[in-house]
Write a protein that binds this ligand. Sequence first.
Ligand SMILES: Cc1cc2nc3c(=O)[nH]c(=O)nc-3n(C[C@H](O)[C@H](O)[C@H](O)COP(=O)(O)OP(=O)(O)OC[C@H]3O[C@@H](n4cnc5c(N)ncnc54)[C@H](O)[C@@H]3O)c2cc1C
Length: 414
Amino acid sequence: MTPGRVIVVGSGIVGASCAYELALRGWSVELIDRAAFGAGCSHGNCGYICPSHVYPLARPGAIAATLPLMFRPNSPFKVRIRPDLSLLAWFAKFSRCCDARKAEETSIALHALLVAAKVRYEEIMALEKIDCDYEARGCLFISMHEAHMSAFEADNRRMIDRFGYGARRLNGAELARMEPTLRDGLGGAWMFDCDSHLRSDRFMSGMKAVLTRRGVVIRENCEARALEGSGERAATLATSRGPLRADAFVFATGAWTPLLSELIGIRLPIVPGKGYSVTARRPAHCPAYPMVFDEHRVAITPFGTGYRIGSTMEFAGYDERLRPERIALLKDSAALYLRHSEPLADEEPWWGWRPMVPDGRPFIDFVPRFKNVMVAAGHSMIGMSTGPATGQLVAEMLGGEEPHLEPGWFRVGR
Ligand SMILES: Cc1cc2nc3c(=O)[nH]c(=O)nc-3n(C[C@H](O)[C@H](O)[C@H](O)COP(=O)(O)OP(=O)(O)OC[C@H]3O[C@@H](n4cnc5c(N)ncnc54)[C@H](O)[C@@H]3O)c2cc1C
């Protein structure tokens, strides 16, 4: 398709990246969002840009490892039981994906997407000079008990053999020397030198300014409600602020995508996986490295301009409540690993819905109903890390260019 007028729905990292890549290729882009720009899941996440995360959640043994967590009080993983057929169907699909061959296929697709996105981030940072605390420092995956670390040994070896990178193993003493803000006596860590991090809310506001400078029209508080067209082509998007006509449409609506099934003509297996974070002023003893506390599944990101603790996973449907006990859980879990217990200052608590897909691979494809409508959603736990490459793939597919990644990996009908 030759560049014309395109409407991108959803202004998270995925929609913003699509808008950016399309604008660079000469499309006239309008980006709409039902709320404020970048205020969905892309706002308060941990900001890891992490090629380390090549393995999906759905893997052999995942169910057995996760089930006991569901019943533990104060667990970072929660399913709020309620009659919800889509969640049951999602878990049934998830359990079918816990298969070694499928997980291996997914890791190949995710690796390609993650590495391409990291390269694109570096190009964007050099070109657009977005002020977002971007740093390539690596990331520590810390174990409280040394025995816990062995679980990753075989995966790490496989990762190095297949993808050419992996983690360095640090024992407790090496870890203590590297990150003196940690408590004594921790088991050790896997250090992924390949990872970077940024402050997602700052990156998103930087992107908003870049997009505006590049001619993208941004409409906030504008909800997509219906899509009309004739034959195989959509022509008009009905929105809460009136109809918008275009030659092409991209739905980058994250966890909300199933709510738009009627518009796009396909129901994708995406459910909201709610996570929390709390952002504060940098503490006096601020860690130097981003780090994940593996047994408690909590992550810390130190920024030049602040400090964030995040994580937890709650399958609670479209529940918009901010639960203070989940924020307390983040802080209490982090405190188990840190030497200094300083109260946080200027706290900003936050929650977001990860767009969770059973096999861990996003959907980046045309929808079956229309030849000029694409969906780019389902980036699960690594959307911040993979958004820029998704934007490139969408722009390539819409413009009929040779794609830089294998589109078959991300088909809606897989
Ligand atoms: C606690 C936490 C920590 C995380 N940490 C990381 C991390 O360190 N690294 C990483 O890579 N990922 C991380 N993630 C995951 C990452 O945040 C998500 O995968 C990513 O933000 C998804 O981006 P998105 O653009 O698809 O969705 P979103 O950012 O949610 O954007 C979707 C947008 O669509 C809009 N929308 C929905 N429906 C409509 C409609 N009808 N009309 C108009 N607009 C609509 C919404 O308002 C929203 O703005 C984390 C997530 C959480 C919760």
